[in-house]
Design a binder for this molecule. Structure first.
Ligand code: ADE
Length: 229
């Protein structure tokens, strides 16, 4: 690895990361800020994309193609589907899908377009490092499927559709688009989330209450992983 990209979607998701590093250099590009740091001999670029798949794709592509990052880590929050996941809990994606990608009218499965695949897998090597770090620090972490879509999910009906269609454990709004970009550009990537809500009625209230604390949980674990790279 020569340069590491660390992404979040929202300011709250990268704030605890930026607070950890010193001598941050800010570069503005495409209506966004990219924070360059050097840490223990490793060059790192940190940015939050803004919410949703389009902004996340732009940021991931920029970090790889403009800044030359060759490994990408994502830290942030997610809504829980798997009932084992409670607020603040950590989930590592082993694969991701787009729950709102729908050309089923033409006989294709949900989440599929020709030339693509329903699921994109994350880097096994990065996951193994993360699991080792979790064990060393006595952290409880679940590995599972994360479903992504351009919707804040706050209904049992939509949540059940995503659960039954993709067997997803958690959902959010950026991960699978980052996965598609990294997969296409041959960049190993890792998606980490901490639970902020249960993606059903009341999810908006829980999200507002737990965004910051769950983002910190995710960022603290991510920093421990970075120290191990
Ligand atoms: N990120 C965190 N909670 C979410 C939810 N309920 N829907 C979509 N993205 C989320």
């Amino acid at each position: 690895m020569t340069k590491l990209a660390i992404m979040g979607a929202m300011e709250e998701e990268i704030e605890p990361l930026l607070a950890h590093f010193t001598n941050v250099n800010v570069v503005e590009f495409a209506n966004n800020k990219y924070y360059e740091v050097s840490h223990n001999g490793l060059d790192i670029v940190i940015a939050y994309s803004k919410i949703g798949k389009v902004f996340a794709s732009l940021t991931a592509t920029t970090m790889i193609e403009k800044f030359g990052c060759d490994t990408l880590l994502f830290s942030g929050v997610a809504g829980a589907i798997n009932p084992k996941l409670k607020i603040g809990d950590l989930i590592i994606a082993d694969k991701l899908c787009q729950h709102d990608l729908d050309i089923t009218a033409f006989g294709h499965p949900n989440g599929f377009v020709p030339g693509g695949s329903v699921f994109v897998e994350t880097s096994k090597e990065l996951r193994e490092i993360a699991i080792e770090v979790a064990k060393e620090n006595d952290l409880k972490v679940i590995e599972g499927t994360i479903a992504t879509g351009d919707q804040f999910v706050h209904s049992t009906e939509r949540k059940e559709f995503i659960e039954s269609t993709f067997k997803a454990d958690a959902l959010e709004m950026e991960g699978a688009s980052v996965a598609v970009i990294c997969d296409a550009l041959n960049v190993p990537f890792f998606i980490l989330r901490a639970i902020s809500d249960s993606a059903d009625g009341g999810a908006d209230i829980d999200f507002d209450e737990f965004l910051k604390s769950s983002a910190v949980n995710s960022a603290n674990y991510l920093i421990k992983i970075v120290e191990k790279l």
